[in-house]
Every structure is written in C-alpha cells, then in structure tokens.
Design a protein around this ligand. Structure first.
Ligand SMILES: Cc1cc2nc3c(=O)[nH]c(=O)nc-3n(C[C@H](O)[C@H](O)[C@H](O)COP(=O)(O)OP(=O)(O)OC[C@H]3O[C@@H](n4cnc5c(N)ncnc54)[C@H](O)[C@@H]3O)c2cc1C
Length: 452
C-alpha cells in the first residue's frame, strides 16, 4: 500500500528544509526523507564546523601579529584533539533541534535512503510514497577523480573529524575547501601543498583577488603549484606519495594525508532517475528555468543537487524556497543569482559578489574598476593587516555595482553591503554618500569607490 503526500522531499539539508516553509504554510502534506542527519552538510559536515576551525586559525593569525601591538607572546600550542571536540560539541544538538522544528511544522521526517520507483512514486526502506510533487534536495558529494590511488584520499568529512593533526597534507585541487582547510593547517605548523590542474586557484573568482590570496597563502608557507596533472597516489614510506607532472617534468611529493579538494558534484546517481522519468546527462538532472525536471515537471531540484548554481548554503535555502513557492503557486518563480555574496574563509578571507572583471569584460559592459591596496590605510595599519585589498566594478551608464571583491579588510562582512546594493539597485554614488560609523572597516567603503 502506498502512502499519499502532496510533497515528498528527498534530503533534509538547507534546500529540503527551505521547501517546507511555503508548502506547509499552504497546508500541504509533506514527507521529508533523510538518509543521515537532519540539517545536511552545512551544519553537520560543512560551513558551521569548518568555521570553528577557521576561528582557531584566526586566533593563531592574531597571535602571530601580536608583536605589532607590542605584545610579547610565546609560541602558541594548539590542542587539535580538543579543538575537534569543541567543534563536535558545538554542533551536536543541531539534528535534534531541526527534528523538533520539522515536527512543529508538521513535516513527517522518514529516516532512510530514498529512490524513485515511478514518476510520482518514491521508495524508502519498505515504504512506498506517492506524491503530487517530488523534490530532489540530495546535495553534493566530492568529485571522483580519474587517478589511480584515489582510495587513499580523504575528504572534508575526515578533516573535520580526525583528532590527530597531520604533519603534512597535499590537497589535490585548489578550490574553496583546500584553501580554507589549508590556511588552518598551515597556521598549526602542518606542511601544506595545493596542486591545481588549472592555471588559477579558485577559477570562478576574480583573478586579481586570487593573486592576492595566493601571495598571502604563500606568505604563510603554503606551497602552491598550478597547471599540475596528478598521475597517481600510492602508499610510500608509511605516508602517501603523489606523482604529478608540472612544468613538463614528472615529480613526486609525500605527505601524511592526501585530500580530495577537486570540488563537489550533484549527488543524484543513486536515485534511480530512470524510474522517475527524470532526464539527466553526465550526472546532472536537466532542469528548466523554474528548477523543474524538463522531462517530469512534478519533480523539482534545489540546492547542491542543482548543477548550475554555486554550491552554497544560502543559495540552497533560497532555491528551496523558490521550489516551495512554485509548488504552491505554479511555475512562476526563477532564481536570480546575480547578487549572491560569498566568501572563501581563509584567514584573511576572500569575499566576492557579482561579476569578476573578466566576466564583465566578456559581457561587453562599459565599467569603471576601482582597485585599492589598503595596507597603508589607517584601519589596516591599526589592525596590522597582512593583506587588505579591494576591487569594485561600477557600470558607467547606470552607476550600479556590477561586482565587488575583497581580500582581508573585513571583506566577509563588508561584501554584504555590496550584495544589498546590487539586489536593491543602490548606486555607487549612494553608497559613497552614506554616513558610516567611524572608525570601522565599513567607513572605508566610500574611499574604495574613488571620488564622485
Ligand atoms: C567542508 C564544507 C564547507 C562548506 N562551507 C560552506 C560555507 O562556509 N558557506 C556556504 O555557504 N556553504 C558552504 N558549504 C556548502 C554547503 O554546505 C552546501 O551548499 C549546502 O549544505 C547544500 O545544501 P543542500 O540542502 O543542497 O545539501 P545537503 O546539505 O548536502 O543536504 C542533502 C541531504 O540529502 C541527504 N540525502 C542524500 N541522498 C539521499 C537519499 N537518496 N535519500 C535520502 N536522503 C538523502 C543527505 O544525507 C543530506 O543530508 C560547505 C560544504 C562543505 C562540504
């Protein structure tokens, strides 16, 4: 016997939870199937626990700079096992809290792995659910690499759990996870190497911002090699050896850990998409502008399972809300990613919103670029910043912000001012004319935009 629901959501992460608001407000019956922990990646294995390690990296950075303030400190000693315990302790109640909030919302949460059994039928364990709408919100997983020896690699899951600090780590891939964990490890004294296949780390980010971050990463002794082709990973001398070609020469490096830092892909391969008549290509569900399957429009996709949007938790929640509203109101809503602020939580962070300079050029737009190295500015000197850099791109005709990019200078907070301006059409002149509390990093914003 099948059980009937208006909406069945596969996955209880940010995206799945985002769907529940609009559909429950409309009084629809909802089942949410979750294979692991409610909350999904961000609070259990992603943003939140990672930020706890990043905060420790930040403290070590401040200690390194203490002498500038004439504070004498000894060599810091980090108890890594205790830090991991702190991290686990801070997040341990999240799934239970979310279970309570889903119960309050009258969402039926079912534990187990879900898969399609028909175009509107989902099987989980020995239960069969029939739905008027199905939502794929199953998140992402590390990208498998076509290299011999990948079974020796670990992922961010292990880095967030291992209580023993490795002496050396090689990251294969120079994306967000590699840089964020690399900065924490490097500050603890772990030897860090990042091997990136492309000419630039963080290829989606502004090239000049990445160059600033790369210089800062190298300052803290992270070894970075780009244009690298990794050939194999194998055990050697009680460690792991990574063989790669760089500068036309085959080379090898050894480390205690090798991490898959090659990004993440949509986690949809075990959903039996064929049974659900859900068209897909190269591991990606084919979707329309309203985040619906092109072949089966009662199937909606949101969050990291969407192949074309940035894999970020606020975007997962936003897409979940759009899917929820489309289910209630019909296919009216489409996502707009133009003003989504994001940060790479290195220490200091690289923060960005909108277009890179390159992307703005490729679109043929006419714009002014305001680049500032702010290291000499009072605010940066006061806090003994090691890098303080910004680039703001302003469209000539409209005076609108097209993009903003920061490295350091509280950029992970200030970027939201530019996101707000982009979303609500606040012009560069209006941002400049605002009165900011002084002395703050935000009060530098008007100088970052040059003179009117
Ligand atoms: C180490 C790390 C750090 C990150 N840091 C940040 C950050 O600082 N800021 C930021 O914005 N983003 C960050 N992210 C990304 C962020 O975590 C994701 O974008 C976000 O969690 C995506 O939400 P989601 O709901 O789409 O997927 P998820 O949160 O992954 O949820 C999907 C859920 O579906 C479940 N599931 C999968 N398959 C099935 C199935 N067949 N049946 C039932 N359940 C299933 C999974 O168990 C999971 O709980 C980070 C990610 C990682 C890995």
């Amino acid at each position: 016997m099948s059980e009937k629901f208006d909406v069945v959501i596969l996955g209880g992460g940010n995206a799945g939870i985002g769907v529940t608001g609009p559909v429950r407000r409309a009084g629809m019956s909802v089942a949410m199937i979750e294979a692991r922990d409610l909350g999904g990646t961000c609070p259990n294995r992603g943003c939140t626990p990672k930020k706890i390690l990043v905060a420790a990296g930040h403290a070590l950075h401040e200690i390194e700079r203490a002498s500038v303030h004439h504070i004498a400190v000894g060599k810091p000693k980090l108890d890594w096992a205790a830090l991991i315990d702190r991290e686990k302790d801070m997040i341990k109640d999240i799934p239970a809290n979310l279970a309570r909030s889903m119960a309050k919302r009258q969402v039926e949460v079912i534990k187990g792995h879900a898969a399609f059994a028909g175009p509107n039928t989902i099987r989980v364990g020995d239960r069969t659910l029939e739905a008027r709408h199905v939502v794929i919100a199953t998140g992402s997983k590390p990208r498998p690499l076509p290299i011999p020896g990948t079974e020796h690699m670990i992922t961010s899951d292990e880095m967030l759990s291992e209580r023993e600090l490795p002496g050396s780590v090689i990251f294969v891939g120079g994306g967000v996870i590699s840089l964020e964990f690399g900065h924490v490890y490097a500050r603890t004294g772990t030897e860090v190497t990042i091997l990136e296949a492309l000419p630039q780390l963080l290829p989606a980010m502004d090239a000049d911002a990445v160059a600033q971050l790369q210089a800062e990463s190298e300052r803290i002794r992270i070894r970075i090699k780009t244009n690298v082709s990794v050939k194999k990973i194998e055990p050697a001398n009680g460690r792991l050896r990574v063989t790669f070609v760089h500068d036309g020469r085959e080379q090898a490096l050894e480390a205690d850990r090798v991490v898959n830092g090659a990004g993440r892909i949509a986690n949809v391969d075990t959903l039996n998409l064929e049974a659900g008549s859900v068209a897909h290509a190269s591991g990606r569900v084919t979707i329309d502008a309203h985040l619906r399957s092109t072949s089966n429009p009662i199937v909606h996709v949101c969050g990291d399972a969407v192949p074309i949007s940035p894999q970020l938790s606020p975007i997962a929640t936003y897409e979940g809300d759009i899917v929820g509203r489309n289910i209630v109101e019909g296919p009216k809503h489409s996502p707009d990613y133009a003003s989504m602020a994001t940060s790479v939580y290195t220490v200091p962070a690289l923060a960005a919103v909108g277009l890179t300079e390159n992307a703005a050029r490729q679109k043929g737009l006419a714009f002014d670029v305001h680049v500032n190295d702010m290291l000499g500015w009072f605010s940066a000197r006061t806090y003994a910043e090691t890098v303080a850099w910004s680039k703001v791109i302003v469209e000539k005709a409209t005076d609108r912000i097209l993009g903003a990019h920061f490295v350091g200078h509280a950029g992970q907070e200030l970027i939201n001012v530019f996101g707000l301006a982009m979303r609500f059409g606040i012009t560069a002149t209006q941002i400049r004319e605002n009165i900011y509390a002084y002395p703050t990093f935000a009060s530098d914003i008007k100088h970052m935009l040059g003179h009117a």
